[in-house]
Design a protein around this ligand. Sequence first.
Ligand code: UD1
Length: 419
Amino acid sequence: MEKLIINGPTPLKGEVNISGAKNSAVAILPATLLIDGVCTINNVPNIMDVKLSCQILEGLGAKIKWIDKNSIEIDTRNITNTIAPIDLTRKFRASYYLIGSMLGRKKEIEVGLPGGCNLGARPIDQHIKGFEALGAEVEITGGNVRATAKHLIGSNIYMDIVSVGATINVMLASVLAEGTTIIDNAAKEPHIVDIANFLNTMGADIRGAGTDMIKINGVKSLKGGQSYSVVPDQIEAGTFMLAAIASKGDLIIKNCITKHLECITAKILEIGGNVDMNGDKLRVWCDKRPSKAIIKTLPYPGFPTDLQPQMGVVLSLAEGTSIINESIWESRFQYTNELNKMGAQITAQGKSAIFEGVTKLSGASVYSTDLRAGAALIVAGIAAEGRTEVYNLEHIDRGYENIEEKFRNIGADIVRVVE
Ligand code: UD1
C-alpha cells in the first residue's frame, strides 16, 4: 500500500504548472469515438482516469498511441465492439460518456453502471431522458446500461437540473443525429465549452456552449485529421491557489485560464488573501490568518463543489466561524472527520458544515475518502505542524498528475512510500 508522508508546516513558494483538465480529458477521449478518422489530443493529464479511458477505447477497437506523456494519437476508424470492458467502465464516473458517443457512432452500447467518487447518490436520469428524447432506448439490467437506437433525431431537451455530465452526454449523442437538438438549462462549466470546441474542430456544429442553451445541428460525420489541446484544469489551479492560502505561501500558478478562476479568486480576496492575475498566470499569496466565510457550492460560475474540501482546509484555519453549504453532492463532508483528527473543529450535518477556526492543525494519519478530499488532506498536511500520513492514494491518482512532485517543487516536504 502506498502512502504520502508530509512534514509541515511549509509556506509554499515558487511556480507550478497546471496540467490539462481531468474532467475535459475524460469526456474528449470517449468523444473521439464519434470520429471516423485519426486525431491527436495534446495537454492530456497523465492520470489514472485517462489511462482507464484509453484502455476502454482500445477495448472498443480504437488504436491509441502515446506520442509523449501528455499527447495521444487516437485512431477510431475501426470501432468493432459495442460492449465496453464492463469492469473498467465501473471504475470511474466518466465512463457514462461512452453511452452518448457510441449511440452517435454505432447506435448501440453496453457499459457498466458508472462508479467514481462516493459523493452520495449519482443518478443518470437526465442523461437517459436526453437519449430517449433523441429516439434511443435505454435499459438498466444487472448493473449494466444498454442503449440502442434505430435513428437519432434532434429534439428539444429541457434539463430538470443543471448537470455537467448530462449536458455533455446529450451533446455527444446529438452531434451525428438528424436535425437540430436544443439543450435548455444546460450546465456552463469550462469543460463543456472545451468538449464543444473539440467536437467543432473535428467537424461538428455546436453553438452556445458556455450558456444555458446549447444548439447542436447534426452533421453527417466527424473526420478527424486534426489535433486539439485540452483546456487547463480549473480545479487543479484552484487546489494550488487554496494551498497557497492555507500554507501562508506565495505561488505563481502558470498555464491557467484566469477567467475560470474568478469565483475562487473572489472568495480568496474576501478572506484576506491576495491574487494578482496576469495573462495565463496568477500569483496567489497570504501573509496573515484568513478570515471566516460563508460558502455555497453551485454550478459554474458559482463556487465549484470540487474545491469545497480544499476550501474547508483554509476555513478550518480561519479566524472565526465559517459555514459551507454543499448544494451539489449529499456526502461531500466525509473529509471533515479526517481534518478533525488533525485538530480541526468541524461539525458536519447533511449538506452543511460549520467550521470553528483553529490556530493550527497537527499532523495525523488520514484517509482520502474521494479525489478532492485527498487533495485537501495533502494541503492540510502541508499546513499542519508535524508528520501527516495520507492513505488511499488511488483516489488522488485518478485525477492529479504528479501531485507530490508538483508540491515538492514548491517547497513541500512530501514523499510517497510503499508500506
Ligand atoms: C461532474 C464532475 C464532478 C463535479 C460535478 C459537479 C466529471 C467527470 N465530474 O460530475 O467532478 O463534482 O460535475 O460540478 O466531470 N444529477 C441528477 N440526475 C442526473 C445527473 C445529475 O439528479 O441525471 C444531480 C447529481 O446527483 C448532482 C447534480 O445533479 O446532485 C450535479 O451532477 P452533475 O453535474 O451531473 O455531476 P457529474 O457530471 O456526475
